[in-house]
Design a binder for this molecule. Sequence first.
Ligand SMILES: Nc1ncnc2c1ncn2[C@@H]1O[C@H](COP(=O)(O)OP(=O)(O)OP(=O)(O)O)[C@@H](O)[C@H]1O
Ligand SMILES: [Mg+2]
Length: 260
Amino acid sequence: MGKLIVISSGKGGVGKTTTSVNLASALAKQGKNVILVDGNLTTPNVGLHLGLTKFPITLNDVLKGEASLTDSIYIHPLGFKLVPGSLSIRSFSEINSRKLKKVFDDLRELCDFVIVDSAAGLGNESISVLKNADEILVVTNPELPAVTDAFKIVTLAKEIGIPVKGVILNRVRKDNFDLGFRAIESLLETPITSVIGDEKLMRQAVYRKKPIIHINPKSHTARQYHHLAKRVHTGDYQRRIEELEAENTFLKSLLRAFGF
Ligand SMILES: Nc1ncnc2c1ncn2[C@@H]1O[C@H](COP(=O)(O)OP(=O)(O)OP(=O)(O)O)[C@@H](O)[C@H]1O
Ligand SMILES: [Mg+2]
């Protein structure tokens, strides 16, 4: 049975969808059978990141009982399967937790990994999705407001008994205005598993509607997503600052900027 990993965040706009599409692509490139689900039921945008907007059947239709789950699964040319959300404002209805659980249980049967891009925050929508996770990865930017909100997700996850396996620190810049890695790890009591810089290339990826691991497979960012995928499928998320440092010179310069 597959493992269901929810990509979550406290604050919106920190990079969950970017992480989800790249992680799904990297796992697929590494030979895993992956289903990427747009679990952001009110404002789904996985399809937009992948240049796909017209889906006859979406997760919203399945949750409304108007379509079967198998009809909402699309094969993406990049090697993973996709369960998209609907962009129509009329498609959203109250979340039925029992139906959502059934969808996730059925998806687990069909693959090695279900990667779920979730909505931000602690609203009903994101909590309903989080409750179904086997593991959670929290995305945050290194600023205090984002980390404080991430702390709320970590606390909620503890309350509902689902492990937060790692923090993906996204949009890290070379300046001294952000929180240091160690401060973030100790506040969230979770290891930082990936550090992604604030990069023009990432915005270009959205513009070109393709994950960065396909646009620039040799970039350090692409390598970070491949490392993350490896952690996901080996289940070994532990990494230390020394490992981050050893990975590449870009990170070395970031670490120096943070005073390590
Ligand atoms: N590392 C990065 N460097 C530069 N831009 C980035 C980076 N990561 C994400 N972005 C940009 O930030 C924007 C928001 O990213 P994304 O959609 O992944 O966030 P999100 O957490 O899914 O947002 P939401 O909470 O609205 O679902 C996008 O335009 C994306 O291109
Ligand atoms: Mg998103």
